[in-house]
Design a protein around this ligand. Sequence first.
Ligand code: SF4
Length: 358
Amino acid sequence: MQESKIFFSTELLIWYEGAKRDLPWRRHRDPYYIWVSEIMLQQTRVDTVIPYFQRFIERFPTVTALSEAPEEDVLKCWEGLGYYSRARNLQAAATQVVERHGGIVPDNKAEVSALKGVGPYTTGAILSIAFNRPEPAVDGNVMRVLSRYFMIEEDIMKTGTRTLMEELAAELIPQGRASDFNQALMELGALICTPKSPQCLICPVMARCTGRLEGAEERLPVKTKAKPPGPAMDRLAAELAGAGVIARPEGAMMNAEHTFSHIHWNLRVFRFAAEVPGTTSRGVPDAARLNSASTSGFAQMAAVAESTAGYETAGDAGDVGVTGSTGSTAEYRWITRQDMDKLAFPNVFLKILNSYFQ
Ligand code: SF4
């Protein structure tokens, strides 16, 4: 077994030297870059992340710059990547780093893992890749590789299996090579030991891969099935009656930044006309304040009568307080086509909105 481990680590490092991809976050050892890239890479493919990473680092080159940026700018830079709570947590954690560590990403496990949105995998990735600390960084990719190579038939969805994998991954790290080794392991999982049809014939560790030798590579890792997905998102489009959008407060639903009023409140969407200057009606924000309405082709208040029930105008220009059918109240504000350029939306909403506004 020990021989097999040494073989794995040695061959993997040799292979990585020649096979590693030139990725923008690999050109530096800046822990902030590593951290941003690891957060972006959660649930997201490398090819997708690259342009986002480059834009993000250009716009927020340091932890302090990120901490001080308006949240809307951060979310706009994240637009299309999805899972917006990642961006919010990243910014919150940047503020933690500024307040607790003077803007310098800490280099120890306790302080890194205390940052918002930074779990065990990301902690290991930051510490090993940026600081060369011998910490394991175990995600699904790594568990797949280890399951196959060592023929581990435990369910990787179980906490106990993850712990076992972390111990094993830590043992495998060669002295002084944590940064390269962890990246090599991730790279093998991404390029060769892929979920479907692993390329065993060109794999650097094939000679001693137990899963491969047993013909079990396709059925490993053992993984209990995730819950079936929820209702299809295209239901949203089917319910869309107009094109109003209401920005909603943080954390209200699905952790996304905006939602259509009717999704949250089961109300119709409104349409306004700039040609009705100063119009103010119960439940409808002053049309003159929707400064881009004239260019967006809104029709004249078509849905006013049937839509006012839950709406009350508020004191601020363009702001409305919305009372939903549940009786709860929250602060919302109307936004325009132009506002869409500044705010971040989930892709599914962008598609619907852009299609409407065209
Ligand atoms: S030989 Fe095949 S199954 Fe084994 S580690 Fe390599 S790619 Fe994965």
